[in-house]
Ligand binder design. Structure first.
Ligand code: SF4
Length: 917
């Protein structure tokens, strides 16, 4: 193709692409000014157009012009299709196609009944249509794939005969479309490939196809014909020498070399206009968490803004899930920004709302799904009829937890939380309704409208994601053809799966503020400084969903893009993004759940271009302040402490908390930060322990007040069983999960062992003092000038020969060092209660006992008749008084413990930054 030989130009990759292109166009077409509209420029992405217009004016030194005609590649294909007689009015939208395909797949469920899970898998979202489209774009058929699979004996990926199944569905889908006289993207690619006449563009004096990287086979065929027949050029951001010899996926210019090969071109010429810049300064940073990354981004931005114009700084969204974090950092730091990216609708506020509501409905208002829904910003910030829901939400959650209501019933709570219950009922009933599809979807759209109207803040912001989702719902409802009725949660599921793949575009002013931009939108753009967060493998380069169906070797053989080529594209993006900049900030997160740092950082290290800063991030320079590691007892703290000790007083739990960690005491009792509560449906040892405590308490309090003997065992076992079942309901969840039934049998056996052990105790002369069961006792003690009130309840007190034995039920008996008087002491329950009994009723204490309710039920004596007096004296003098004295010493701060063991089960770990226990 000699005519095309001189038609490839490169703008060196270390020079700004669009500025170079603008200078070239300006030089070439000065004579045509002010009208450049007969020049056609084709770009890979929309944003390129905006910047080129501005740079052209700069290059021309003009204040105005008739700009060149500009199209994206997609728009170019659309124009070709239309000129070739494509029936664009009858082209189905992506959503309509998905409906068609779903119906076709449904009709195959009987024939392929043994592969229904596979059929369901290919119905989800647009994965099968994406595959079909890819085949059309690359001009490959399923027959060709089948041939290669058979010849190479490649194994099937999901089920036997998956390719024949997909082929049958493909043909059924295409026939169905034809019968109903619709067409879709596949028709467009086929028509463009087969019928493109380049003369369609002969009105243009100059056609520039600029900045492409890896066009599809259909696109290559169009480019080739344009280059052959028209005054056209291909201008790449590349290297004119390397481009001819980089046919290896390890080279960043591999895609361009492949393109040259596909176009049968052998030479490219460099366009260089003196924009060469010095290599960028590259900062690379290792971080340990997403929150550290957030803080680091703020540091980078503050630093970069001292050297660069805001609009010349870009934060590149390598990972779209961080978009909210990035914009929040910018917002809270008061930095103006412009978000410009194709974002996933699945991450929008309304999509999440619908997804959470779907979970509430499908789970029958299970409390976990409900609480997650209630915490959605559109729910917790809603104001319904003048009533803010936030306060009600907090109370409702606490009430449900307290009452162990694991399933929400509006009837039960509507008296106290009328607006919230009404809101929830409205949401759930809308999702559950059985109606024709369009009415169902309009119903959801109307619900969302109302929900937005309850959120004044959202109403005023006019968010593009809200607009996009509402439009998607409306287009879903406006199908141009009759569909079967299917609604309720299933319909919502299907709608969510369709919308999940949809992207919406957010554009702002590209010349104003820091640019927050997606990787694809950033191609060819020119910034002074870029920030690339989340540079981990799996994110950059990303994993591709396109490779779901076909093995990589088959893809390579048949001519479909394969994994190495996709990864190579990221290599090119990385080079294109980082070259020609003045400053580049790279960061990656090193944590267990993520892949290692991106290979591209390693390449830079190997080249000696940068090294990774692995020092710990300094927290004091961040927006988040961690709480100090100790708190001095200033006047305010001390006042509160005195109020506690002299008011309600201190229980054994207070004292144990203090001994384990004074800082926890401070958080829990001085600051009164409550430990998070939950409804535990699948209980652990702690919950079962509580249930056994409760069952034994009521059993001795009401069922067997006078004890029992061997002959009563069967009868009393039944009574204790019943108490246990009730306790499970009250302690664990009102509607217990089925799995508990298996566990309960285990605990029934333990209860039977308690009965057996108690039969023996009763035979030895003990009796349970029912009037002392969990009875509140208190006493006070003077420490300096502070009167300290102490109080507590014992699980059980037994009596024999006028001696009292204090008993504590334990599902795990503490280590001896924790109840022996010494430096590791922390078990106050038994001795404190015994001292208070002596003080209050002058009882004689015969012993202190742990009743071990673990697998082997047994009695563990802490002190017996012979040792109890000494033990209690030692406890008082060596533990209790020194502990209280230290607690009330204003010079001793509330410090964090240095014992990792104390932190292991502590509920305040997240506040202390304790992570390694
Ligand atoms: S996590 Fe550790 S240091 Fe923090 S309050 Fe709990 S026990 Fe104390």
């Amino acid at each position: 193709m000699p005519a095309a030989q001189s038609k490839v130009r490169t703008i060196p990759i270390d020079q700004p692409f669009l500025r170079g292109l603008a200078t070239y166009i300006a030089d070439k077409h000065k004579a045509s000014l002010p009208d450049l509209s007969r020049v056609l420029i084709v770009f890979p992405a929309q944003r390129n157009k905006l910047y080129l217009r501005r740079y052209l004016l700069e290059a021309l030194g003009a204040s105005g012009m008739m700009p060149p005609t500009m199209m994206t590649v997609r728009e170019l294909l659309g124009a070709i299709y239309e000129a070739a007689g494509g029936r664009t009015a009858l082209t189905l939208s992506p959503i309509e196609r998905s409906f068609f395909l779903k119906e076709v797949i449904d009709t195959h469920k009987v024939e392929f009944w043994h592969d229904v899970p596979f059929l369901r898998f290919i119905t989800i979202g647009d994965r099968l249509l994406t595959f079909f489209d890819e085949l059309a774009q690359e001009h490959v058929t399923i027959d060709q794939i089948e041939e290669i699979v058979e010849a190479g004996h490649y194994p099937e990926k999901y089920v036997a005969d998956e390719l024949p199944i997909m082929k049958q569905i493909y043909h059924a889908y295409r026939n169905r479309l034809k019968e109903e006289q619709y067409c879709d993207a596949i028709d467009m690619y086929t028509t463009v490939y087969g019928q493109f006449d380049p003369q369609q563009f002969n009105e243009y004096t100059h056609i520039v196809i600029a900045g492409l990287i890896a066009p599809t086979v259909v696109e290559v065929s169009v480019i080739s014909r344009i280059l052959e027949s028209l005054p056209a050029e291909l201008i790449l951001h590349s290297d004119c020498t390397a481009i001819m010899k980089s046919l290896n996926t390890d080279h960043p210019l591999y895609a361009h070399s492949r393109l040259m090969q596909a176009l049968a071109l052998k030479k490219a010429r460099a366009l260089s206009k003196g924009f060469r810049s010095a290599p960028p300064v590259i900062h690379a940073r290792r971080l340990e968490s997403i929150s550290q990354q957030t803080l680091y981004m703020k540091e980078c931005l503050s630093s970069a803004l001292t050297r660069h114009e805001p609009s010349r700084i870009a934060v590149i969204l390598t990972d779209e899930t961080i978009v909210d974090t990035v914009t929040e950092v910018l917002r809270t730091a008061g930095i103006e920004y412009n978000l410009s990216a194709g974002l996933m609708l699945a991450q929008s506020i309304l999509y999440c709302f619908l997804q959470l509501l779907r979970d509430v409905t499908a789970s029958n208002c299970h409390y976990r799904a409900l609480f997650a829904f209630l915490r959605h910003p559109l729910v917790k910030n809603a104001v319904v009829d003048g009533t803010p829901l936030r306060k009600h939400i907090y109370h409702l959650e606490r009430k449900m937890i307290k009452q162990k209501d694991n399933y929400f019933e509006a009837e039960k709570y509507k008296k106290d939380y009328a607006e919230l219950c009404c809101f929830l009922s409205e949401c759930v009933s809308t999702i559950q309704k059985q109606r024709p599809i369009d009415e169902y979807l309009y119903g959801i759209a109307a619900l969302l409208d109302r929900v937005i109207s309850y959120n004044e803040d959202v109403v005023t912001k006019r968010r593009p994601d809200i607009k996009a989702l509402t439009e998607e719902l409306n287009s879903l409802a406006q199908l141009r053809f009759e569909r079967k009725h299917e609604s309720g949660v299933d319909m919502l599921d299907f709608a969510l799966s369709l919308m999940k793949q949809v992207r919406y575009t957010s554009y702002g002013d590209p010349m104003k503020g820091v640019q927050v931009i997606g990787v694809l939108e950033a191609r060819n753009l020119d910034f002074d400084c870029i920030i690339l967060p989340s540079m981990n493998e799996g994110i950059f380069p990303t994993r591709s969903e396109k490779d779901l169906f076909i093995n990589q070797s088959v893809r390579k053989e048949v001519g479909l893009p394969y994994d190495k080529e996709r990864e190579n594209l990221f290599y090119y993006y990385f080079n294109e993004l980082t070259n020609g900049k003045r400053e580049v900030y790279l960061s990656y997160i090193e944590e267990e759940t993520r892949d290692v740092r991106s290979r591209f950082i390693d390449f830079l290290i190997d080249q000696g271009v940068t090294s990774v800063d692995e020092t710990k991030l300094r927290l004091e320079s961040t927006v988040l302040e961690y709480l100090p590691r100790y708190v001095t007892k200033d006047a305010h703290v001390f006042k509160r402490l005195r109020m506690i000790v002299s008011g309600k007083g201190l229980s054994p739990t207070h004292l144990r908390d203090y001994c384990q960690c004074p800082y926890r005491f401070y958080l829990k009792y001085i600051l009164r930060i409550q430990e998070p509560e939950d409804i535990v449906e699948e209980p652990g040892a702690r919950e079962w322990g509580n249930a056994m405590h409760r069952a034994l308490h009521y059993f001795y309090q009401y069922d067997v007040q006078h004890g029992y003997t061997e002959k009563d065992v069967e009868r009393v076992r039944a009574l204790l069983d019943e108490r246990l079942v009730t306790a499970v309901r009250n302690e664990i969840a009102r509607i217990p999960k089925k799995v508990i039934e298996f566990d309960i049998e285990l605990y029934r056996r333990r209860m039977a062992q308690v009965i057996k052990s108690d039969v023996q105790r009763f035979e030895e002369g003990f009796r349970v003092v029912t009037e002392r069961l969990e009875k509140y006792v208190n006493a006070d003690v003077l420490i300096g000038d502070v009167r300290v009130n102490l109080f507590g309840r014992a699980d059980r007190v037994d009596e024999r020969d006028s001696m009292y034995y204090v008993i504590d039920y334990k599902s795990k008996v503490p280590a001896a060092k924790h109840y022996a008087v010494g430096s590791d002491f922390q078990e106050f329950q038994l001795p404190l209660y015994a001292l208070m009994m002596i003080n209050q009723t002058h009882d004689r204490i015969g012993g202190l006992v742990y009743y071990d309710l673990s697998r082997s039920v047994r009695i563990v004596s802490v002190a017996d008749e012979d040792t109890v007096e000494t033990y209690l004296n030692d406890f008082r003098e060596k533990i209790l008084i020194p502990t209280l004295t230290e607690l009330l010493n204003p010079d001793v701060p509330f410090s964090q413990t240095s014992e990792p063991e104390s932190c292991r089960y502590c509920q305040y770990k997240h506040m202390c930054g304790v992570t390694d226990v």
